[in-house]
Design a protein around this ligand. Structure first.
Ligand SMILES: *[C@@H]1O[C@H](CO)[C@@H](O)[C@H](O)[C@H]1NC(C)=O
Ligand SMILES: *[C@@H]1O[C@H](CO)[C@@H](O)[C@H](O)[C@H]1NC(C)=O
Ligand SMILES: *[C@@H]1O[C@H](CO)[C@@H](O)[C@H](O)[C@H]1NC(C)=O
Ligand SMILES: *[C@@H]1O[C@H](CO)[C@@H](O)[C@H](O)[C@H]1NC(C)=O
Ligand SMILES: *[C@@H]1O[C@H](CO)[C@@H](O)[C@H](O)[C@H]1NC(C)=O
Length: 240
């Protein structure tokens, strides 16, 4: 009786561990699968994505990927990596992502509207690529976004009014694109100056718009919004 009981307990525990392992693999892999979809959609002549092994339990050991203590992806740092190809809608599944750094590559195609699902995003840096199409309206859902730099692409269409609701926005650079229509002047946009929009010949600064107040001369690259109402420390910002 003792023997039967203990061998039953042993097989029960082995079974329970196997089930738990499968559950963890299945949940951990969703983010790995999303990043693997990105890898498949990119051309990577320098093999910077070589360590992106889809068979691992989660992507937390991959280079250029940072996870939090719960093994969720919080950063993707792939600036200046000579990547070509396109972004993928699966990026919207990285629900804890805070930093998406893909600046200074050769990425073409559209900005996926699913990026609007990344509600923890602090920084979206897609500048210096070859992105086309319009800025997704869904980016207005990114209530924690502080850095939005889409400059030096070939983006068209108008600036979505939804972005005026992103009051966390501190740095906005939409310069050197082919945007058209009216520049928003209300909400978060009351803080930005023409430097944020320069060299978009089709953009219109609305007449009798209140001229933005700028207590200090703006820096050369992009417009800084004063930090007064947001005293949280600035995160380390990834330029390589
Ligand atoms: C940039 O991307 C385009 C289109 O995908 C490709 O034809 C070109 O070879 C790429 N250039 C570099 C330097 O990777
Ligand atoms: C993500 O965003 C897209 C389009 O913006 C939407 O259709 C989709 O349902 C969203 N997915 C999730 C999981 O919220
Ligand atoms: C892609 O963008 C780079 C600068 O970011 C530019 O030098 C290059 O000519 C562009 N390529 C195409 C195919 O538009
Ligand atoms: C961005 O584009 C502008 C206009 O084409 C160009 O003068 C500037 O050098 C570009 N920025 C960078 C960092 O290449
Ligand atoms: C800014 O104005 C537009 C209409 O011009 C409106 O749709 C939008 O909701 C306003 N944004 C804020 C934050 O009030």
């Amino acid at each position: 009786m003792e023997r039967v009981n203990s061998s039953f307990m042993t097989s029960f525990f082995v079974w329970a561990i196997l089930v738990l392992d499968l559950v963890l693999k299945a949940s951990g892999n969703q983010e790995g699968d999303a990043l693997n979809a990105l890898k498949s959609s990119l051309l990577d002549p320098n093999n910077v994505l070589q360590s992106w092994d889809a068979t691992l339990v989660n992507p937390c050991t991959w280079s250029h990927v940072t996870c939090n203590s719960y093994n969720s992806v919080i950063r993707v740092d792939l600036g200046n990596a000579e990547l070509s190809g396109q972004l993928v809608s699966q990026l919207g599944q990285l629900t804890d992502l805070q930093y998406l750094e893909l600046y200074s590559n050769n990425i073409s195609g559209k900005i996926p509207e699913e990026l609007g699902n990344l509600t923890n995003l602090v920084s979206l840096d897609l500048y210096l690529n070859n992105l086309t199409g319009s800025i997704p309206t869904t980016l207005g859902n990114l209530a924690k976004l502080r850095f939005l730099r889409l400059n030096n692409n070939t983006l068209t269409g108008s600036i979505p009014m939804s972005l005026t609701k992103v009051y966390s926005l501190q740095v906005l650079d939409l310069s050197n694109n082919h945007l058209t229509g009216n520049i928003p002047v209300n909400g978060s946009f009351s803080f930005f100056t023409p430097i944020s929009y320069k060299n978009n010949p089709g953009l219109i600064q609305p007449k009798n718009a209140p001229s933005p107040v700028s207590p200090t001369p703006p820096p050369a690259s992009s417009e800084q919004r004063p930090l007064s109402h947001d005293s949280r420390p600035m995160d380390m910002f990834g330029t390589r």
